[in-house]
Design a protein around this ligand. Structure first.
Ligand SMILES: C[S@@+](CC[C@H](N)C(=O)[O-])C[C@H]1O[C@@H](n2cnc3c(N)ncnc32)[C@H](O)[C@@H]1O
Length: 202
Protein backbone atom coordinates (compact mmCIF):
# COMPACT_ATOMS: atom_id res chain seq x y z
CA UNK A 1 0.00 0.00 0.00
CA UNK A 2 1.30 3.48 -0.84
CA UNK A 3 1.41 6.02 1.94
CA UNK A 4 2.43 9.65 1.83
CA UNK A 5 5.91 8.71 2.95
CA UNK A 6 6.72 6.60 -0.11
CA UNK A 7 8.00 7.88 -3.43
CA UNK A 8 5.27 7.00 -5.85
CA UNK A 9 6.25 8.62 -9.14
CA UNK A 10 3.07 7.32 -10.81
CA UNK A 11 0.73 9.17 -8.45
CA UNK A 12 -0.92 11.88 -10.55
CA UNK A 13 0.01 15.41 -9.52
CA UNK A 14 -2.84 17.71 -8.48
CA UNK A 15 -1.35 20.85 -6.95
CA UNK A 16 -3.39 22.53 -4.23
CA UNK A 17 -2.80 25.98 -2.78
CA UNK A 18 -3.15 26.65 0.95
CA UNK A 19 -3.22 30.22 2.22
CA UNK A 20 -2.38 30.03 5.90
CA UNK A 21 -1.95 32.46 8.73
CA UNK A 22 0.56 31.08 11.20
CA UNK A 23 1.34 33.10 14.33
CA UNK A 24 0.05 36.24 12.63
CA UNK A 25 2.06 35.83 9.40
CA UNK A 26 0.62 34.94 6.00
CA UNK A 27 2.02 32.05 3.94
CA UNK A 28 1.15 30.47 0.64
CA UNK A 29 1.89 26.74 0.49
CA UNK A 30 1.67 24.48 -2.54
CA UNK A 31 0.69 20.91 -1.62
CA UNK A 32 0.00 17.85 -3.78
CA UNK A 33 -1.23 14.27 -3.86
CA UNK A 34 1.11 11.90 -2.06
CA UNK A 35 2.20 14.48 0.52
CA UNK A 36 1.14 14.65 4.18
CA UNK A 37 -1.91 16.81 4.94
CA UNK A 38 -2.52 18.02 1.39
CA UNK A 39 -5.79 19.84 2.09
CA UNK A 40 -5.08 21.68 5.32
CA UNK A 41 -2.32 22.56 7.72
CA UNK A 42 -2.27 19.59 10.12
CA UNK A 43 -3.62 20.37 13.62
CA UNK A 44 -0.57 18.80 15.28
CA UNK A 45 1.82 20.73 13.05
CA UNK A 46 0.06 24.01 13.88
CA UNK A 47 0.10 23.23 17.60
CA UNK A 48 3.81 22.43 17.42
CA UNK A 49 4.67 25.64 15.52
CA UNK A 50 2.60 27.72 17.94
CA UNK A 51 4.41 26.17 20.91
CA UNK A 52 7.93 26.82 19.60
CA UNK A 53 9.95 29.47 21.48
CA UNK A 54 10.63 31.70 18.44
CA UNK A 55 11.76 34.58 20.70
CA UNK A 56 14.73 32.64 22.07
CA UNK A 57 15.57 30.45 19.06
CA UNK A 58 19.05 30.99 17.65
CA UNK A 59 21.61 28.96 15.73
CA UNK A 60 20.78 25.94 13.64
CA UNK A 61 17.51 24.07 13.15
CA UNK A 62 16.68 20.76 11.50
CA UNK A 63 13.09 20.20 10.34
CA UNK A 64 12.99 16.39 10.19
CA UNK A 65 10.29 15.10 7.81
CA UNK A 66 9.53 18.59 6.51
CA UNK A 67 6.72 17.63 4.11
CA UNK A 68 5.72 20.71 2.09
CA UNK A 69 7.56 22.83 4.66
CA UNK A 70 5.31 24.63 7.19
CA UNK A 71 7.56 24.05 10.22
CA UNK A 72 10.95 24.98 8.79
CA UNK A 73 9.60 27.87 6.70
CA UNK A 74 7.77 29.50 9.60
CA UNK A 75 10.89 29.18 11.78
CA UNK A 76 13.00 30.81 9.06
CA UNK A 77 10.45 33.60 8.71
CA UNK A 78 10.32 34.37 12.43
CA UNK A 79 13.87 33.79 13.68
CA UNK A 80 17.48 34.37 12.64
CA UNK A 81 18.12 30.60 12.61
CA UNK A 82 19.82 28.74 9.82
CA UNK A 83 17.28 26.10 8.78
CA UNK A 84 17.83 22.67 7.19
CA UNK A 85 14.75 20.77 6.04
CA UNK A 86 14.79 17.08 5.08
CA UNK A 87 12.35 14.44 3.97
CA UNK A 88 12.45 11.05 2.28
CA UNK A 89 9.57 11.96 -0.06
CA UNK A 90 10.88 13.60 -3.23
CA UNK A 91 7.55 15.22 -4.07
CA UNK A 92 7.44 16.79 -0.60
CA UNK A 93 10.97 18.12 -1.10
CA UNK A 94 10.02 19.60 -4.46
CA UNK A 95 7.02 21.35 -2.88
CA UNK A 96 9.10 22.57 0.08
CA UNK A 97 11.54 24.14 -2.40
CA UNK A 98 8.68 25.79 -4.32
CA UNK A 99 7.25 27.07 -1.03
CA UNK A 100 10.59 28.44 0.16
CA UNK A 101 10.90 30.37 -3.11
CA UNK A 102 7.28 31.55 -3.07
CA UNK A 103 7.58 32.83 0.51
CA UNK A 104 11.09 34.26 -0.18
CA UNK A 105 12.78 32.22 2.54
CA UNK A 106 16.37 31.06 2.32
CA UNK A 107 16.59 27.51 3.72
CA UNK A 108 18.51 24.32 2.84
CA UNK A 109 16.26 21.52 1.62
CA UNK A 110 17.57 18.03 0.90
CA UNK A 111 16.72 14.35 0.88
CA UNK A 112 17.47 12.24 3.93
CA UNK A 113 16.11 9.00 5.33
CA UNK A 114 16.09 10.03 8.98
CA UNK A 115 19.72 11.17 9.65
CA UNK A 116 21.42 9.33 6.76
CA UNK A 117 22.49 12.55 5.00
CA UNK A 118 22.89 14.73 8.09
CA UNK A 119 26.48 15.80 8.63
CA UNK A 120 26.41 18.18 11.58
CA UNK A 121 24.71 18.99 14.87
CA UNK A 122 21.86 21.38 15.56
CA UNK A 123 20.52 23.63 18.31
CA UNK A 124 16.98 22.45 17.53
CA UNK A 125 15.51 19.39 15.86
CA UNK A 126 11.79 19.75 15.20
CA UNK A 127 9.49 17.02 13.94
CA UNK A 128 5.92 15.96 13.44
CA UNK A 129 7.14 12.37 13.02
CA UNK A 130 5.94 9.95 10.31
CA UNK A 131 3.70 7.70 12.40
CA UNK A 132 2.62 5.78 9.31
CA UNK A 133 6.23 4.80 8.61
CA UNK A 134 6.05 2.68 11.78
CA UNK A 135 7.27 2.78 15.35
CA UNK A 136 10.80 1.67 14.42
CA UNK A 137 11.29 4.69 12.13
CA UNK A 138 9.68 7.10 14.59
CA UNK A 139 12.03 5.87 17.33
CA UNK A 140 14.98 6.10 14.93
CA UNK A 141 14.07 9.76 14.38
CA UNK A 142 13.37 10.63 18.02
CA UNK A 143 16.19 8.64 19.64
CA UNK A 144 18.58 9.40 16.78
CA UNK A 145 18.19 13.15 17.37
CA UNK A 146 20.34 12.68 20.48
CA UNK A 147 23.40 12.30 18.24
CA UNK A 148 22.57 15.33 16.11
CA UNK A 149 21.82 17.87 18.83
CA UNK A 150 24.40 20.17 20.36
CA UNK A 151 24.93 19.62 24.09
CA UNK A 152 22.16 22.07 25.06
CA UNK A 153 20.07 21.30 22.02
CA UNK A 154 16.33 20.66 22.09
CA UNK A 155 14.19 18.10 20.30
CA UNK A 156 10.62 19.34 19.81
CA UNK A 157 7.95 16.96 18.59
CA UNK A 158 4.20 16.44 18.47
CA UNK A 159 2.33 13.17 19.02
CA UNK A 160 -1.26 12.14 19.56
CA UNK A 161 -2.38 10.37 22.69
CA UNK A 162 -3.81 7.53 20.58
CA UNK A 163 -0.50 7.24 18.73
CA UNK A 164 1.17 6.18 21.95
CA UNK A 165 2.46 9.58 23.07
CA UNK A 166 2.93 8.50 26.69
CA UNK A 167 4.65 5.20 25.86
CA UNK A 168 6.99 6.97 23.45
CA UNK A 169 7.96 9.54 26.06
CA UNK A 170 8.62 6.74 28.55
CA UNK A 171 10.68 4.82 25.98
CA UNK A 172 13.00 7.74 25.23
CA UNK A 173 13.28 8.76 28.89
CA UNK A 174 16.63 6.94 29.25
CA UNK A 175 18.35 9.50 26.97
CA UNK A 176 16.15 12.61 27.31
CA UNK A 177 14.41 14.69 29.92
CA UNK A 178 11.03 15.28 28.31
CA UNK A 179 8.69 18.15 29.15
CA UNK A 180 5.09 18.42 27.99
CA UNK A 181 4.68 21.92 26.58
CA UNK A 182 1.03 21.87 25.43
CA UNK A 183 -1.86 19.42 25.25
CA UNK A 184 -4.85 20.08 23.01
CA UNK A 185 -7.54 17.80 21.55
CA UNK A 186 -5.50 14.67 22.24
CA UNK A 187 -2.27 16.12 20.79
CA UNK A 188 0.83 16.69 22.92
CA UNK A 189 3.81 18.89 22.11
CA UNK A 190 6.99 17.77 23.86
CA UNK A 191 10.43 19.29 24.31
CA UNK A 192 13.25 16.84 25.00
CA UNK A 193 16.74 17.71 26.20
CA UNK A 194 19.71 15.38 26.44
CA UNK A 195 20.48 13.52 29.65
CA UNK A 196 23.81 11.98 28.79
CA UNK A 197 26.68 12.00 26.36
CA UNK A 198 25.91 11.35 22.70
CA UNK A 199 28.15 9.75 20.10
CA UNK A 200 30.52 11.82 17.98
CA UNK A 201 29.18 11.95 14.42
CA UNK A 202 32.28 13.56 12.88
C1 LIG B 1 3.53 13.71 9.77
S1 LIG B 1 4.35 14.19 8.30
C2 LIG B 1 4.84 15.86 8.70
C3 LIG B 1 5.13 16.71 7.48
C4 LIG B 1 5.37 18.18 7.78
N1 LIG B 1 6.46 18.37 8.70
C5 LIG B 1 4.11 18.80 8.34
O1 LIG B 1 4.09 18.98 9.57
O2 LIG B 1 3.19 19.08 7.58
C6 LIG B 1 5.88 13.27 8.39
C7 LIG B 1 6.85 13.51 7.26
O3 LIG B 1 7.97 12.64 7.44
C8 LIG B 1 8.38 12.17 6.18
N2 LIG B 1 9.13 10.92 6.34
C9 LIG B 1 8.65 9.64 6.36
N3 LIG B 1 9.64 8.77 6.53
C10 LIG B 1 10.77 9.51 6.63
C11 LIG B 1 12.13 9.17 6.78
N4 LIG B 1 12.52 7.89 6.88
N5 LIG B 1 13.05 10.14 6.82
C12 LIG B 1 12.67 11.44 6.70
N6 LIG B 1 11.39 11.83 6.56
C13 LIG B 1 10.45 10.87 6.51
C14 LIG B 1 7.10 12.03 5.38
O4 LIG B 1 7.37 12.02 4.00
C15 LIG B 1 6.31 13.24 5.87
O5 LIG B 1 6.53 14.35 5.04
Amino acid sequence: MDHYFTNNQKLKSNINVLNKNIRGKEYLFYTDNGVFSKSALDFGTKLLIEALPFEKMQGTVLDMGCGYGPIGLSIKNETTCEVDMVDINLRALHLAKMNAKKNKLDVNIFESDAYTNIRHKYNYIITNPPIRAGKKKVYEILRGANNYLNENGELWFVLRKDQGAKTTVRDIGDIYTVKTIVKDKGYFVFCATKRGKSVDIA
